[in-house]
Design a protein around this ligand. Structure first.
Ligand SMILES: Cc1cc2nc3c(=O)[nH]c(=O)nc-3n(C[C@H](O)[C@H](O)[C@H](O)COP(=O)(O)O)c2cc1C
Length: 171
């Protein structure tokens, strides 16, 4: 297994060090070369750096509060009408972001938006759409919260391989 898969962890605590525009560009490049059904590339990305907006996004749910501490958040959205596979495409773009972030020595975490509610019971997608002024025809999959890790987190290891998850030839 390549080292980058071991390094990739969900990081929710960040230092104050800023992520640069060049780093963000490279992260977005990695997302835009993700595989996509019918090569539809339906994803679009809202890059958020303003503290007030990060803070509002962090209030989209109970387990998303770490977004306020990030240097930058990349919100992954897609127009549902573009392809039936928008969710798969956005998810794999998110996986690319996770890996490029790890490659750059940064940390990130998926903050879930789709199919969830705010603590006040509002649809989380509608909340994020309002905060970021996203047109209504878009779906919001997640917020990728990015920054320099505050502390070291244990890497994944090959020990996590689980043979009971593997079925050969038939179940
Ligand atoms: C679909 C999906 C939704 C997730 N949503 C959240 C979330 O809303 N908040 C959060 O703290 N972590 C979230 N995570 C991160 C997972 O908790 C994390 O990937 C898992 O605990 C494994 O840890 P690792 O990423 O460090 O390997 C999400 C991950 C995925 C793939």
């Amino acid at each position: 297994m390549h080292e980058i898969f071991k390094k990739r962890r969900s990081i929710r605590e960040y230092s104050d060090k800023e992520v640069t525009e060049e780093q963000i560009h490279n992260i977005l490049c990695s997302a835009m070369v993700a595989p996509s059904g019918n090569h539809a590339n339906p994803w679009e990305f809202v890059v958020v750096r303003e503290k007030e907006k990060l803070s509002k996004l962090s209030r989209c749910g109970k387990w998303q509060s770490f977004v306020k501490d990030s240097s930058v958040a990349i919100v992954i959205i897609a127009k549902e009408s573009d392809t039936d596979m928008w969710l798969q495409d956005c998810s794999i773009a998110a996986a690319h972001i996770y890996l490029e972030v790890a490659n750059q020595g940064l940390g990130c975490c998926w903050a879930n938006v789709k199919d969830s509610k705010t603590e006040e019971g509002e649809d989380r997608e509608e909340y994020v759409i309002k905060v970021l002024n996203i047109p209504k025809e878009y779906r919001v999959v997640c917020i990728m919260s990015i920054g320099y890790p505050l502390k070291e987190v244990q890497e994944h290891s090959e020990e996590e391989y689980d043979e009971t998850k593997v079925h050969r030839e038939v179940f």
